[in-house]
Design a protein around this ligand. Structure first.
Ligand code: SAM
Length: 278
């Protein structure tokens, strides 16, 4: 059993369907399920999940995650809504299945939306689209099992912009006469020593192919959510492990990690990356 391997190691991987893998784990044992499923309508070497069948295909993963998350656990799904194929009579339209999934996470699975964050890609792959604008972002659906949650905001603070530091230095905040201000009396605000509060936009480059995987993520994506929602020693699980980016981020931050993938080659490549960390 994959969970027993964690008694002697910081990580365990298995080549199997991720939903079935999740079901092998003890109930309420996972602090964070983080993963990037096959994107709707994307043709990859691991198959295609069409938007028309997307909810049916992803449902077993969400069912299993909800069962296995701790009461204070989180689910983060990184996903991009690909477009429907054009026909002679229709333009290629953007699939709304990601929005449908987000609504179902709340209404069907009773999860609570922390946020839908946006990953803005600085170097998006050109699509050559002529019926819509260049596709340059993905969504991170961030949900909590509990309606009341805590996150480690201080661990994901960001450097201040130089103009905000200047504003802090020279500006005295005053209460607004309409009372709609957080400031009760005139005061100067000091910059926080750990940096500015994080925003719900993540900006950065797309990874180049890692170990031959077609959809490897940059490390900074899982890192943000692992830092925000888990502590050292907590269990992070990725049911669509791919090249193992989530595992590398989790293990580097001293969390435990379990990963599943259907493709044998991905599992052995990911395991090689993990072994190299110790
Ligand atoms: C978008 S990729 C994930 C990439 C990964 N986040 C990384 O950084 O390399 C999706 C992965 O899901 C895997 N996959 C597809 N169907 C699966 C299933 N039923 N169970 C587990 N993994 C699956 C694919 O083999 C692929 O590696």
């Amino acid at each position: 059993m994959v969970i027993e391997r964690l008694e002697h190691s910081e990580y365990a991987v298995s080549c199997c369907d991720g939903a079935k893998g999740l079901l092998q784990l003890p109930d309420k044992s996972i602090k964070l399920v983080y993963g990037s499923p096959p994107y709707p309508n994307a043709e990859r070497d691991y198959g295609i999940w069409k938007s028309s069948e997307y909810i049916e295909k992803i449902s077993p993963f969400i069912d299993a995650s909800v069962k296995k998350l701790r009461e204070d656990g989180f689910l983060v799904i990184n996903i991009k809504a690909n477009r429907e194929k054009a026909t002679s009579k229709t333009s290629t339209k953007r699939s709304l299945v990601v929005e449908r999934l987000a609504i179902m996470l709340e209404e069907h699975w009773s999860l609570h939306c922390v946020d839908i964050e946006i990953w803005v890609k600085e170097n998006p792959v050109p699509t050559g689209l002529r019926v819509a604008c260049q596709d340059a972002y993905e969504q991170n659906l961030w949900f909590s099992l509990s309606p009341k949650w805590t996150i480690n905001l201080d661990d994901i603070r960001r450097p201040y912009e130089s103009h905000s530091v200047k504003t802090y230095e020279g500006y005295e905040y005053k209460p607004r006469s309409n009372g709609l201000s957080y400031v009760r009396k005139n005061k100067r605000i000091q910059p926080h020593p750990l940096g500015a509060l994080p925003t719900n936009i993540i900006q950065g480059g797309v990874s180049s192919r890692i170990l031959g995987h077609q959809a490897a993520q940059p490390l900074y994506l899982p890192e943000k959510y692992i830092k925000a929602t888990t502590s050292p020693g907590d269990l992070v699980v990725d049911p669509w492990m791919g090249s193992g980016t989530t595992g590398v981020a989790a293990l580097s931050l001293k969390r435990k990690f379990i990963g599943f993938d259907l493709v044998e080659q991905h599992v052995s490549d990911a395991e090689k990356r993990f072994r190299a960390l110790f």
